[in-house]
Design a protein around this ligand. Structure first.
Ligand code: ADP
Ligand code: MG
Ligand code: MG
Length: 251
């Protein structure tokens, strides 16, 4: 699903290399976690994959289902099935959440060659999704993210993910200060949306999120590269021993 090879990225405005040869393959149906010390480049990786400005790819490749991601505009990446949580963190006063989600979902459907959904059909779909995810659909009536609490934004993000039906979901939970409830929400959302034709990359600083989302593979990132890859036990090793020992091993 996602194939990253030897990815090198620097800041556009500064002579600072952040990613120094990232290699990562996430097959369909799998959940991979990336952990790593602060400043190792985890968020940069997700930003570059989503096409955010400010970064320059100096070497390497990134493909989504065989398509060259780096050649695409951010909107095309989304249409190709890439979803980055907090892709739409903006507050949009005057635009109802429901309208916003329907517009985004229909753009996706159009890109996939599927017919657009009417307002009524979309409402039905989103009510089903909300129910499956045990999300109160009350917030759908409000303007996008306006006055949403942290937990509500999180809920909205999971709902977006469910409605857009992406193939590749990237969640960067590193700096969001998840409380236990929000963590549960994210974990339940990911678990509910796991499927053989969808893959997840969950970036997290803390092992505890991975207690609830059991990843198939755990990668450790340090200094702009993936330095270790293993099973869920790798996350426990980090929890118990910190990154020190692991990083000393790889030098
Ligand atoms: P992580 O998510 O693993 O904590 P980041 O990707 O946020 O790491 O950051 C990696 C490194 O790149 C850090 O040293 C950070 O300060 C630097 N960095 C990232 N983006 C920028 C930016 N826009 N301007 C300056 N430094 C940046
Ligand atoms: Mg950070
Ligand atoms: Mg980060």
């Amino acid at each position: 699903m996602l194939e990253i090879k030897n990815l090198h990225v620097k800041l556009e405005d500064e002579d600072k290399q952040i990613l120094k040869g990232v290699d990562l393959t996430v097959p369909a149906g799998e959940v991979h976690a990336i952990m790593g010390p602060n400043g190792s480049g985890k968020s940069t990786l997700s930003y570059v994959l989503s096409g955010r400005d400010g970064y320059e790819v100096t070497d390497g490749a990134a493909r989504l289902g065989g398509q060259d991601l780096l050649e695409m505009e951010p909107e095309q990446r989304a249409s190709a099935g890439l979803f980055l949580a907090f892709q739409y963190p903006v507050e949009i006063p005057g635009v109802g959440n429901l309208t916003f989600l329907r517009t985004a979902a229909n753009a996706q459907r159009k890109a996939r060659g599927e017919p657009e959904l009417s307002a009524a059909d979309f409402l039905k779909l989103i009510r089903e999704k909300a129910k499956t995810l045990k999300i109160d659909s009350e917030m759908l009536k409000r303007s996008v993210n306006v006055g949403f609490s942290g937990g509500e934004k999180k809920r909205n993000e999971i709902l977006q993910m469910a409605v857009l039906e992406p193939r590749m979901c990237i969640l960067d939970e590193t700096d969001s200060g998840l409380d236990v409830d929000a963590m549960r929400l994210v974990a339940d959302g990911v678990n509910a949306l796991r499927s053989p034709d969808r893959a997840f990359l969950v970036i997290t600083h803390y092992q505890r999120l991975l207690d609830h989302i059991r990843p198939d593979v755990v990668h450790i990132m340090a200094n702009g590269r993936i330095v270790r890859t293993g099973g869920p036990e790798l996350a426990l090793e980090v929890e118990q021993n910190g990154y020190g020992d692991l990083l000393a091993e790889v030098g």
